[in-house]
Ligand binder design. Sequence first.
Ligand code: SF4
Length: 320
Amino acid sequence: MSKFPRPIIVVSKCLGFASCRYDGQVIPSSFVESMKPFVDFICVCPECEIGLGVPRDPIRIVLDGKKRLVQPATGIELTQKMERFADSYLEELDDFDGFILKSRSPSCGMGTTKVYPNAEGKNWLNSEENGFFADAVFNKYPHLPAVDEVQVNDLLIRDHFLTVVFTLSSFREASSLMSMHSLIEYHTRNKLLLMAYDKQLMLSMGNVVANREKRPVEMVFGEYLDLLLQILSKPAETGSTINAMLHSFGYISRYLGAQEKFIFLQKLQGYREDSSVLLELKERILSWSLQFNVEYISEQTFLCPYPQKFACRDQNGNFR
Ligand code: SF4
């Protein structure tokens, strides 16, 4: 199996793929750009899909008893059209791993969109609403990762999103083989990653893989996927990540001198205050595991869940 099977991600088309914004603009995203060598994108512009042209008069969300999508300049009501498009589009999607959507849009925004009390006024009620397409995404795929182009500037959000999409794409590859061998192999490689997310659920997933009831392989994969989506639905907490790190370190420490052990454990303490230390610690363990030939650890996705290029930014803060 490949180390990093290509995730498939549904992305707002204006994020670097087409000039489809209401004002004819395209919004460059260095994060989306950095993913292109490693990811397959499915682009969608919901507003163009419901027949709005480019350029077009802006649309907005109005909350006047119920949530509506309107185009103030023309008075056109777009609520039903957008809801129908979003439902049928998402229904037809198959085999993908997550979403990157444009922030603040009345269609694509996720908790960042302005909502107005009426179609005409300039004042808005709040700017924490979901766009209509995003609403449909959350309803249909509540467990799949979804971020916008601003959220990915946060190290922890970005790390969680990338970890989940690459873990899911790797599961899709294991599923394509549909054999207990491929599932056992997948679970073994991901054990410490799953431990960092939730140790109890990781143990339940181990029981599913053990398949003591001898259920059909398709059923086992289905049950495993439900638990996988559940375990990855929230970012790993600091305490459980430290536990997984200590677990990895336990396989390596016998090869190390007292000073190396001390320095590593001191650094790990620092992780509670500074999450950027984590990458360095993982790299350290990975390099020791290769040096001392501890195969179980060197193959753990926990130490390198996605191509590390994503973690890197240049001097200007852009993703390389
Ligand atoms: S935010 Fe969504 S609807 Fe608006 S232009 Fe971008 S892709 Fe199209």
